[in-house]
Each structure stands twice: as C-alpha cells, then as structure tokens.
Design a protein around this ligand. Sequence first.
Ligand SMILES: [Zn+2]
Length: 197
Amino acid sequence: MSPCKSWTPLADGLAIGCPECGAEAQFAFAAARRIARKADRPFFEASRDFEVKRVFWHGYYDIAVHYPGLARPLRDIGDLPEGYRKTGWRRAWRLGPEMPVDAGAAVCLSCGARRKHALHWPQDAFLTIEHKGHVLWAMDRPALAALIEYIEAEDRKAARRGPFQGFLMKIPSVFLTAGARAPVAAKLRKLMLRDAA
Ligand SMILES: [Zn+2]
C-alpha cells in the first residue's frame, strides 16, 4: 500500500505488533530539535527525557531527541531552557540524514514493554487482514473504523471524505470490487473486535 510519506503525517500512535509479545502495542515517532546554544547542552544531557546526538548536515550540530512513551510528554516538561518552545519539535529525521526515518518508541500495555523501536512498515502493522493474497492494513483503530465504513458504503466517494481520505484513496482495487465487499468487511469487523491491549 501507500509509502511512508503519505501516511506519516496522519499518524502518531501507530498500532504495531509488540516486538516482545506480539500483542497490540503503540508506536510513536521520535521528535527532535536543534540545541541552539552550547550553554543549553548540559540541560539536555542531564535530563532523563532527552538524548543528545551530534549530527552532520551542512556542518556539525547537536540535537535533542525525545522518545514519546519513554519520557515525560514534552508539554509536561516545565523546565526546558528558555527559547525551546514546547511545541515545534519535529520528526527526528527532518533534522538531518543521520537520524533514521523509522526511529521511535514502542509501548505495550500487555507485557509492559517500553523501548526504542525502529519501525518497519507495513511489516509491523498489527491491524491487518489478508484477501486473495493481498494485505490490507490500518494504522490505528480510528483508521480501521473509517476503513470499515468505506468498504461497506453504498457511495464510497462520499464515505471517504474526512481525515482518512488520503489513506482510503490508496486502497488497492482488489479490496474494492463488488465481490470483495462482504468478505473484506467481515474480516475488518472481526479485526476490530480483537482485543486491544
Ligand atoms: Zn508486549
């Protein structure tokens, strides 16, 4: 299905198979921002909420990396040095080619796993069904609900309007034929009932 770039802006909290136990876990991308002043570096180095990395992109510079789920949420970190807005952190890879595109963290409520995880998509997807040898995935449960509504809709053009339009428009035709409607919808509904962690 769709490549990384087309779905990542939609999703944080992707539903993945837990790397430890296989149950449904949550994945979130790492966020990062440049450490603007040398004097600020000690704060980030001492903090348990950040990792400091030196990267090269048109020159060397330091970035602070935040892994959601492994650290306090950014909005709760009240003592950030001045000038570091609590918003405005970016996906880590946008700060230079040395940060991998797939860097993030996995959190599993079933087994308690909480660790860094390099995302492999769609192999890591938890919410998947198979139909005639093709795999259909949803990035999270709201997307799965939208997918069910779309597959079952009489007027699919109208049904795909909304936040998941970009995702729904990329569904391969094998899942959208008249013959596929009932079996695909049934598999998706069964998947929806599968226990969330
Ligand atoms: Zn687990």
